[in-house]
Each structure stands twice: as structure tokens, then as C-alpha cells.
Write a protein that binds this ligand. Structure first.
Ligand code: GLC
Length: 466
């Protein structure tokens, strides 16, 4: 901080000296560049953590623990009872004793946190959320609260530590997934549940004290019970905010599994549609979480060699659909028992990264709108620029509601040589592009307006096709 300031003072002195020496033109140019730089700095510094999260738009979810040894769904494949939860779930096909002993065979010698982080970066992802403890209760860090943890495997390395350090080094936001549900811990849900809540809070204290800055906590719901008296949600919330005041969190702390959602003061900072794209929503943040591998049982979060990889089109479509609806995409990978993100998953991510290198401006830092998404696609905007993401044309045109601003320029970003033209009437904005010039996945048309795109929406309501 100090050195940045003295550097700024030094630059100001240079400007004064240049001005005195009558290098007027240079000094003005220099001063303008300098002030613009300061403005950019200040903008970054004033962005709140949730704005930074929302601007990021694309993150990596990682579901990984000793369940990768069996290659069956994380936690859900444990056959036994799931206290306070759905019982006799169809995904339960590994006997309890077998499941609970998987960790003894877990030795992921190829795990390299820096490789995962580098892959996330190359995929254009700006944050990572990692399952420190899933519903099955196995802890992937050096915890003092239970022996059921990674330090008691032959691997004997603190995965949370290595991942957090790699994220910090690479400048990626670091997020903890933590499941308050714990089907393995003997005190879970017993009596007044006080003992379990204390256990859970002790775990959280470790996670939020020993690993530097934690940007995100991604809760995954409680089982049945009262949020206040049984789960003592207020105590946990206070503890978390006390230890990491800038932390942001999703809405699932105030959720009771798949059961009734209680109205609570602890709704968190964003909503979390799962395995589906959220609806247009620009008055509260949201993030769709989606596994890159699909399985018929709705899982595919963790390593599932029996699953099917989503196609590139599906992945791009998911990201674009989130952005035009004003949300984020948290795309999940499931590393294998050796600690590797399987090659097919990582090549899909790299394809996403290549796509984002070309079209990232239409995703990062944008908001959904001013048009409401629909069958045709949707739009994002940033300042005076609108990006139309068009999936379905009306043959060679797209007819949209009119804009108040004048369109100054219209560019087909998908292929600038295939020129798109536009007409503005009182009622409509019409974009023209010959059928054979349209992109098969997503044609991106950039419109530069003579006014702010946000102002096209009255009370923040997006413009809708009639
Ligand atoms: C569900 C599943 C869980 C997964 C999560 C991700 O809550 O129970 O396995 O981790 O979704 O959103």
C-alpha cells in the first residue's frame, strides 16, 4: 500500500516537472493516462465481494473425496440411512462398511493443486469451490475434530491447504463447499443436536482460520429440523462472519435439505439452481451449479466413470444462458482416485477457455439484459454495449423490441466478415443475417448504443418480446 502511494507521488512529481519544463502536451497526456489508471484502481477497490463474484460469471466446482475410489456418487451412494434426510435413496448401492472404509484405499498420488488451478484459469474460470466435507462426513483437511479425515489415509496431505495456497497464488477466488449434513458423525441430529452443532462450528473455525482468506462459503443445506432451535443457525452465521468478515455465501445455509424452506434472515448472497439454468433474475444474484458429467440418477458431481460428458455446445449454452439471465455458472468436475481431473473433462474445459478468449467480453463483467431471454437467446450488456447471444433466428432475421438509444454500430462478433445489418423502427430493432452465415451454437452480435443499455429497462425490468 505504502509503496503504491509513494509510486503515485513520484508520478505526480514527474507530471509537475514536465509541466514546468513546458512539455505541456506530454504532461497532459501523461496526466490523463495516470488519472484513468487511478480511476480503474479505485473502481476495483470499491467493488464489493459479491460484485466481484457476479462479474466473474464462471467458476469451477470440484466434488472430490475418497468416494472416487469406488467411482460412485459422492455420499449418496452410501447405502445406509441418511439421518434427517431422504431414506432408502435409490442411489445408495455401496454397503456402509465398504463406503466408510474407502478412505483406507485412497492414495491420490497424482493430486497437484497447481494443475487444477491452472486448468480452471485456462478454462476462463475465476473462482473455485471445493468440497471440504460432503454429506458423507469425510474431511479433506487436517482437522482435529474427527479421525475420519485425509490425514489418516496413506496420502496424508492437507488438500484444503494445498488448494487454498494454489488459488491465492494464482489470484483465483477460493471457495469452500461445506455440508452441514453429516451422515457419518455419531452426534448428528441426536437429542437437541447441540453436540453436533458444536462439532460443526469447530470444523468451520478450523477451515476459516487456518487457510488464509476464504472468499466464498458454499453451504449445502441441513437435514430436517428447526433452523433456530435445532440448528442454531445464528451461532454458525455469526462465527463465520466473525472469522472472515468479507466472506460471501450462497442461500443454502437457510435451507432444510429438500424439505420446507423456512423464511430466515440468513438467505445468503445468491440463489443456487441445481443441474438447471436459473430464470432471468436481476434483483438478486444467482448461480447455476451443473456437473460436466451427467448420470441418469441426476448425479455426476463426483468421479463417475459411468456418466456422459456434456457436449461443448451444452457447456457453452449453459454459460451463455446463465449470463443472459444475469447469473453465474459453477461448472463441476469430478477428479478420479489418483487426484486427476479426467482428460475428457479437462479438454472440454480448455475448449470453454478458448471460446472465452474470443468472446469473454460478452460474458465477464456484464449484466443480463436489457432484453429478457427466451427461445431466441438473450442479451448481456456493459455500459453502452449490448451483446445479443442468438441461438434461434426467425430465418434470416431477429425482431426485438425497440431501443430508445440509437444503435451506432452493429458487429457480428462470431464472424465479423459475415456482416449483420440492423433496422431501427419505432416499434422494433431488427437484426438481419443470412441463414448460412449464422453460427450453429451462438451468434454474438455486438451493438454499440449512444446511451447506457441499463437505461433501456424501466425499473430494471427487461424488455420482452410480445
Ligand atoms: C445436491 C446434492 C449434492 C451436491 C449438490 C451440489 O445438494 O445432494 O450431492 O453436492 O447438490 O449442488
Amino acid at each position: 500500500m505504502k509503496s503504491k502511494q509513494s509510486y503515485q507521488n513520484y508520478l505526480i512529481r514527474c507530471i509537475i516537472i514536465m509541466a514546468n519544463k513546458k512539455y505541456t502536451v506530454y504532461s497532459i497526456a501523461f496526466a490523463v493516462t495516470f488519472l484513468m489508471g487511478c480511476k480503474e484502481e479505485n473502481k476495483k477497490a470499491t467493488e464489493s465481494p459479491i460484485q466481484i463474484f457476479s462479474n466473474a460469471r464462471f467458476g469451477m466446482f470440484i466434488h472430490w473425496d475418497m468416494s472416487s475410489v469406488a467411482g460412485t456418487e459422492i455420499s449418496w451412494s452410501r447405502k445406509g440411512s441418511k439421518p434427517l434426510d431422504i431414506t432408502g435413496d435409490s442411489a445408495g448401492y455401496v454397503a456402509d462398511t465398504a463406503y466408510d472404509n474407502l478412505y483406507k484405499k485412497f492414495n491420490p498420488t497424482n493430486f497437484d493443486a497447481t494443475k487444477w488451478v491452472q486448468l480452471a484459469k485456462d478454462a476462463g474460470m475465476k473462482y473455485i469451490v471445493y468440497t471440504t466435507k460432503h454429506h458423507g462426513g469425510f474431511c479433506m483437511w487436517d482437522t482435529k475434530q474427527t479421525d475420519y479425515n485425509i490425514m489418516n489415509t496413506s496420502f496424508h496431505r492437507d488438500v484444503v491447504k494445498e488448494l487454498s495456497e494454489a488459488c491465492h497464488k494464482a489470484g483465483l477466488m477460493f471457495g469452500l463447499y461445506y455440508s452441514p449434513r453429516d451422515w457419518h458423525q455419531p452426534d448428528y441430529g441426536v437429542g437437541d443436536n447441540k453436540k453436533y452443532v458444536a462439532y460443526m462450528n469447530n470444523e468451520l473455525r478450523e477451515l476459516l482460520t487456518n487457510y488464509g482468506k476464504v472468499d466464498i462459503i458454499w453451504w449445502d443445506s441441513y437435514g430436517k429440523g428447526n433452523l433456530d432451535s435445532f440448528w442454531r443457525i445464528g451461532e454458525t452465521y455469526k462465527l463465520v462472519k466473525g472469522l472472515q468478515p468479507d466472506i460471501i455465501m450462497n442461500n443454502r445455509l437457510a435451507e432444510l435439505g429438500y424439505y420446507n424452506k423456512q423464511p430466515a434472515a440468513f438467505v445468503g448472497d445468491w440463489d443456487t439452481p441445481e443441474q438447471t439454468i436459473g430464470n432471468f433474475q436481476n434483483n438478486r444474484h444467482w448461480e447455476s451449479c451443473m456437473s460436466i458429467v451427467k448420470t441418469p440418477d441426476g448425479g455426476g458431481w463426483s468421479y463417475r466413470p459411468d456418466g456422459t460428458l456434456r457436449s461443448f455446445d451444452e457447456c457453452v449454452h449453459a454459460l451463455v444462458s446463465c449470463a443472459v439471465g444475469d447469473g453465474n455458472l459453477l461448472l463441476d468436475v469430478g477428479p478420479n482416485q489418483l487426484g486427476e481431473i479426467p482428460a475428457d473433462q479437462s479438454s472440454r474445459l480448455l475448449q470453454m477457455g478458448d471460446w472465452l478468449k474470443k468472446y469473454g467480453a460478452s460474458i465477464y463483467g456484464t449484466r443480463g439484459g436489457p432484453y429478457k431471454n427466451g427461445d431466441w437467446g438473450g442479451s448481456t450488456y456493459n455500459g453502452n454495449t449490448v451483446y445479443l447471444h442468438i441461438g434461434k433466428w426467425n430465418t434470416d432475421k431477429l425482431i426485438l423490441p425497440a431501443l430508445h438509444s440509437k444503435v451506432l454500430k452493429c458487429t457480428n462478433l462470431s464472424n465479423p466478415e459475415n456482416v449483420a445489418t440492423f433496422e431501427q423502427t419505432d416499434k422494433n430493432l431488427i437484426i438481419h443475417l443470412p441463414v448460412n452465415k449464422q453460427d450453429s451454437v451462438d451468434t454474438i452480435i455486438m451493438l454499440e448504443l449512444d446511451g447506457s443499455a441499463a437505461n433501456e429497462m424501466k425499473n430494471n425490468n427487461p424488455l420482452e418480446m410480445k
